[in-house]
Design a protein around this ligand. Structure first.
Ligand code: BGC
Length: 703
């Protein structure tokens, strides 16, 4: 490989979109027939082009002329994947998304986004599959990477690291200590690395003073040396602010998109660096003195990029070339019935039932059964909210998909409004519907006359590059709900949200369910849950706080100190007082009983295994997510509870049970203090949420 060829792997050749706000185009800035990120092929050596496209929750559709929107599925957002707590499902979903990408000619997916959430108002939380927990994130990350890469599409773990807010994201510096980094924010990245992720995206922000993409401690030391990452690091789009001699040598491998903004890794600059043996770096883990730059460091990016392509068999798979023959695949229809069914299932299984407790009487409001409800009132403008892409890049969010690079879009003619799905299902059950599709209180009151029950749909959204202004639902929905709740009929509130919300009216209503932006099958998912076709089984991957003062706010400061350390969400000492609904919470239409747990001696194949029998003791079928929280002795100086195990049962019929087995590894039984330290004892609390712990067992490691 010549130097020129090698350099060509290290910088993108422009990108699909050319927003009007960018300065006038460089000569070869492409539009049609390109992806979000593109590297050129090296035909002489059979090296395929890399074609990178957003994002982890589905192909970023572009209205024509950029791409054929509607030819892939608008999947639920990644946070909704997290809410299923179902690694098998997430692996299947990632596989289906991978097949769509392959059909579209793309071979690198710019996802999954696995950051652990810190700031409740972060505009991108809907993209972050990990929710607020590193263990949940690690399991999701692993499942996703295996699923998508099994289809020959490289995964890209993003955004590394500590990019937990959008406010001043290009400037601010996250100041994080080692323990907090390794225990709370790194595990989903580490798990993705261990699962073989081909690439990692360094983030826009600074970390401990230096921009991520030129941060040697982050990239060379922690990611490549300590985590053992063997794939390549690409920049976020225009996230590089350092020349090659202080970025490539510090662990960066590829600059994206390589045109149209601040750009550094031009071939001439790479050549100059190499010829002058330049390098402004420390050399963590390379056994090199600063003065002894070796060819190896300069060659490292090409080794990494080519090995990743080789490992995923990209040399053998047919591949179109951007700007040459990718228009056809980009415009091809990649939807399948099978994938649609999977997206429906994923949306339904991401619905979290927060409350189902009648204000009066014994009868629960949900599910709505034709024997009890003859006429249903559907209230709220969200029932008819369009799926929209208000500009060519989909930067605005809607109630089905958040805005920005994680936005999925299908055109209105393909989209089924939630109200339509509700009508269809209600009709088939012989339930009449009246509606007031507005948040206006007076009009809404007219819509509820003679209804036996009221279902309000309320929503809010979020988007990349800015944080949410508040945690409230849109357009006066809170006032509307308070007013409707004065009625003496069951009031059910459904919410479609991009992350945390406040529920000030929660004691005034009979049932509440929440869906994180659920994609094109949102209406189907609501109908299947509220009419009882499926019993809800999702759990909150975040805590819903009583008010905003219990959350970490986006900071306007240059330095953002992660002073709270591990003590966010359910790990906080004020968690029980702070939560309206705790982390891990989610009800079912049935009830589960947890038997006394016991150590499992046989077939453990792990450090320590614990079994617990979970039985469906209610009247309907349903699945339960069984959660295991470790409590280490006070000397360990850890939060009281740490999630270190979970498992979702199969759908259990009434009376049937399943033996759940928690298999703890050494890592699960360790805490971080200048390295992972294996603990000798802990109490395992097993339960249905972080605040509903049903059983405990003392665990002592054999000496
Ligand atoms: C986002 C990335 C995305 C990239 C390419 C950036 O603005 O932060 O997540 O992959 O754009 O669209």
């Amino acid at each position: 490989m010549s130097d020129e060829e090698r350099y060509s792997l290290m910088q993108g050749i422009g990108w699909i979109g050319l927003p009007t706000w960018l300065p006038s185009p460089l000569p070869a800035i492409p539009k049609i027939g390109y992806y979000m990120g593109n590297t050129p092929p090296i035909p002489r050596l059979g090296v395929p082009p890399l074609k990178l496209h957003d994002a982890g929750n589905g192909f970023r559709n572009m209205p024509e002329p950029l791409g054929a929107s509607g030819s892939t599925i608008m999947w639920p957002c990644s946070l909704a994947f997290g809410a299923t707590w179902d690694t098998t499902l997430v692996k299947e979903v990632a596989g289906a998304i991978g097949r769509e990408y392959r059909g579209k000619g793309a071979n690198v997916i710019l996802g999954p986004s696995v950051q652990v959430q810190r700031v409740a108002r972060n505009g991108r939380n809907f993209e972050y599959m990990s929710g607020e927990d590193p263990y949940l994130g690690a399991k999701m990350s692993e499942a996703y990477v295996v699923g998508v890469q099994g289809e020959g599409v490289m995964a890209c773990l993003k955004h590394f690291g500590f990019n937990e807010q959008e406010t001043n994201r290009n400037f601010q510096s996250s100041v994080v200590d080692e323990k907090t980094a390794w225990e709370l924010y790194y595990p989903p990245f580490e798990a993705g690395v261990a699962a073989g992720a081909a690439s990692v995206m360094c983030s826009y922000n600074r970390v401990n003073g230096t921009h991520s993409c030129a941060n040697e401690a982050l990239l060379r030391r922690d990611l490549k040396q300590k985590m053992g990452f063997r794939g390549f690091v690409m920049t976020d789009w225009w996230a590089l602010h350092h020349p090659a001699d202080s970025s490539v040598v510090r662990g960066l491998d590829m600059e994206m998109p390589g045109a149209g903004g601040e750009t550094y890794l031009y071939k001439g600059d790479l050549r100059t660096m190499e010829e002058s043996q330049a390098g402004n770096f420390t050399g963590y883990g390379l056994g090199l003195e600063k003065s002894k730059l070796q060819r190896e460091i300069y060659n490292d990016p090409a080794y990494r990029i080519l090995s990743a392509a080789y490992k995923l068999h990209l040399f053998d798979l047919p591949s179109c070339t951007p700007g040459l023959d990718c228009v056809e695949p980009i415009f091809s229809n990649q939807r399948s019935l099978e994938a649609e069914k999977l997206a429906m299932r994923c949306a339904s299984e991401s619905v979290v039932l927060l409350k189902n407790e009648p204000r009066t009487g014994e009868t629960k409001a949900l599910p709505l059964l034709p024997s009890k409800v003859k006429k249903l009132a559907l209230i709220g403008e969200a029932w008819v909210a369009p799926s929209r892409s208000t500009n060519e890049l989909g930067m605005m969010g809607d109630y089905y998909s958040g805005g920005g690079s994680g936005h999925c879009y299908i055109p209105p003619e393909l989209f089924t409004l939630p109200i339509v799905s509700m009508y269809e299902r209600a009709n088939s059950l012989g339930i009449d519907i009246s509606s007031a599709l507005t948040n206006n209180i007076t009009d809404a009151m007219n819509g509820i006359k003679d209804a036996d029950a009221i279902v309000v749909l309320a929503a809010t959204t979020a988007e990349e590059s800015r944080d949410r202004a508040s945690l409230h639902l849109d357009n006066g929905a809170d006032d509307l709900i308070f007013e409707l709740a004065k009625q003496e009929k069951p009031v059910i509130v459904l919410t479609q949200v991009p992350g945390t919300i406040l529920l000030p009216w929660k004691d005034n209503v009979d049932a509440i369910a929440l869906m994180f932006l659920g994609g094109e099958f949102t209406g189907h998912a609501w109908a299947s849950i509220i009419f009882g076709d499926v019993s809800p089984s999702a759990k909150l991957p975040i805590m819903l706080p009583k008010n905003e003062s219990y959350t970490v706010q986006p900071s306007e400061e240059f330095d953002i100190f992660y002073n709270e350390g591990l003590y966010t969400s359910y790990r906080s000492t004020s968690a029980s007082e702070a939560a309206t609904y705790p982390f891990g919470h989610g009800l079912s239409y049935t009830e589960f009983q947890y038997a006394t747990p016991a150590l499992q001696d046989q077939d453990c194949e792990s450090l320590l295994c614990v079994q617990v029998l979970v039985k469906n003791v209610g009247g309907r079928s349903g699945a339960e997510v069984v959660q295991g929280y470790l409590e280490f002795p006070p000397e360990a100086d850890e939060p009281k509870l740490i999630l270190r195990g979970f498992q979702k049962t199969r759908v259990l019929e009434p009376g049937s049970s399943e033996q759940i087995s928690f298999k703890f590894t050494e890592r699960d039984f360790s805490v971080y203090l200048n390295g992972w330290r294996l603990q000798s004892r802990a109490t395992l609390h097993i339960g249905s949420s972080s605040a509903d712990l049903r059983q405990s067992i003392e665990l002592v490691l054999p000496q």
